[in-house]
Design a protein around this ligand. Structure first.
Ligand code: SF4
Length: 54
């Protein structure tokens, strides 16, 4: 998954079904890179990191 691979903070991980999950919110730098590469727009970075299911 591109968002997991590209996260510079290693804040994301893939769950057992292959969906992105926030592994460690403290690590997130809010760079919005995961949003930029998410084709179905399933990730929104807000004041509280939100990953919506695809
Ligand atoms: S916004 Fe956070 S979770 Fe998304 S790519 Fe950047 S550091 Fe990683």
């Amino acid at each position: 998954m591109l968002c997991v691979e590209l996260c510079p903070a290693d804040a994301l991980a893939a769950d057992s079904e292959g969906y992105p999950v926030l592994r460690d919110a403290v690590r997130c730098m809010a760079c919005v890179g995961c949003m930029a590469v998410c084709v179905p727009s399933a990730i929104r970075v807000t004041s509280e990191w939100v990953c919506e299911g695809m």
